[in-house]
Design a protein around this ligand. Structure first.
Ligand code: ZN
Length: 415
């Protein structure tokens, strides 16, 4: 699938230190890289509505990680999927009387525009589920053949649904660290089907859904026409395009369970027990009007709407970076105004011909990013230089230029 244009990354002096990230599974700071090549998989959108600030926060956070890793000398291989087969997409298409393909194509195009405007470096592989059907259905067939999965008669139609047998998965629970009560509380709301009769365990995830009337379906080599479940798509795409294990699995905190938990145990079933990802990194939810920003709550602040209203995408980026990725926060127009003011001050200071030397600020940005992607501290390092420049000035001829390029290369903020 086509991604979007890559932003220009200016060269800056030196290299950053090794990058450590907060791993959800262990609760510890871990080195994001254990080799020169770093595989990064970030779960992509379901293209049924426009990108809101919560999505943007996720993709900007992992963009920051990719930038820090490249600055530390690593080769980043970044894979992102598009969940272009999913119930919410089909439901909205039916409601609006449009084809799910057209709806998806339109929303993916808007997402590309948002990402381009936000200077997010595109994934090396941008992979849709539709284009991965053969690989996903082969993974389902492998899990059935090994006995790790089981088939259930669909009941309402001919054919069978296929589920993973969690009882055989000793690693289940290792990503989230949750107990069953916690899992059961969110499972139905996050795409699970705990009420489905006949499952061995109510939490067993759907791998393949037999074709139902009015739903798109694809052939399956073993189990007849249908479509893949949500989690197995990512397992198969990560396996094909990164190899297992890979370094970092990323996404929003609403993907910790069940999505990343299930992706990992499905992989365990496919590989005979290998680790799936070495680190799991999550972006906290962004709220608005007292609730998590979500389509179903109708409290979305869309990136495309802010852009249409004339908000500089770099101010949106600064708004997002002002919040640590592990802390949930709530959007207010005042926060956007503050980000716009910060951008204006940065631009004022970084356009001077001489200023303070950039060494300390550059070191501060790099150290903050390497320390668990501490974006607020990285912005503070720039703020400090900016204040000094605007209040006391400086004689360094290279300082303003170096720091402007560092803001662009490391933070993705063009000043
Ligand atoms: Zn995923």
């Amino acid at each position: 699938m086509k991604s979007w244009p890559a932003p220009f990354i200016p060269a800056i002096p030196g290299h950053g230190p090794d990058v450590r990230v907060h791993d959800t599974a262990t609760g510890r700071l871990l080195d994001a890289a254990d080799a020169e090549r770093v595989g990064l998989y970030v779960c992509g959108i379901t293209p049924y509505d426009a990108t809101h600030l919560g999505h943007a926060a996720t993709y900007v956070t992992f963009d920051l990680l990719g930038r820090a890793l490249r600055d530390a000398g690593h080769q980043v291989v970044y894979v992102q999927n598009v969940t272009d087969i999913d119930d919410p997409l089909f439901e909205r298409a039916t409601r609006e009387g449009v084809s799910w393909q057209d709806l998806g194509d339109g929303e993916i195009a808007l997402f590309r525009e948002d990402m381009t405007a936000l200077a997010v470096i595109p994934p090396d592989r941008y992979i849709g589920v539709v284009e991965s059907i053969d690989s996903i259905s082969a993974a389902v067939a492998d899990l059935l053949a090994s006995g790790a999965a089981y088939a259930l008669p669909a009941g309402d139609v001919a054919g069978t649904d296929v589920y993973l047998d969690l009882a055989q998965r000793p690693g289940f629970g290792a990503v989230s660290g949750w107990n069953r009560t916690q899992m059961q509380q969110v499972y139905a709301d996050r795409g699970g089907d705990p009420e489905r009769g006949g499952k061995r365990d109510a939490l067993d995830p759907l791998l393949w859904r037999a074709a139902r009337p009015g739903e798109p379906a694809w052939p399956h080599p073993v189990r007849g026409a249908g479509r893949p479940g949500w989690h197995i798509e990512c397992t198969a795409i990560a396996r094909d395009h990164l190899g297992i294990p890979f370094a970092v699995q990323g996404g929003g905190t609403d993907l910790v369970f069940p999505h990343h938990e299930m992706s990992a145990v499905q992989s365990e079933g496919l590989t005979g027990g290998s680790t799936y990802a070495r680190c799991y990194v999550h972006q906290a939810m962004v709220g608005y009007h007292g609730e998590k920003m979500s389509k179903s709550k109708g409290n979305l602040v869309k990136v495309s709407v802010l852009r249409r209203d004339g908000v500089d995408p770099m101010a949106i980026r600064l708004l997002l970076l002002a919040h640590d990725h592990r802390s949930p926060w709530e959007y207010t127009p005042e926060l956007l105004t503050a980000a716009q003011s910060r951008l204006a001050r940065w631009r004022e200071a970084l356009s001077v011909t001489t200023g303070p030397a950039a060494d300390e600020a550059l070191h501060g940005i790099r150290a903050a990013l390497a320390d668990g992607l501490d974006s607020p501290a990285a912005l503070a390092a720039v703020d400090q230089w900016v204040e000094q420049c605007l209040t006391a000035g400086g004689e360094d001829q290279a300082g303003p230029g170096i720091l402007a390029r560092a803001c662009d290369a490391l933070l993705g903020v063009r000043v």
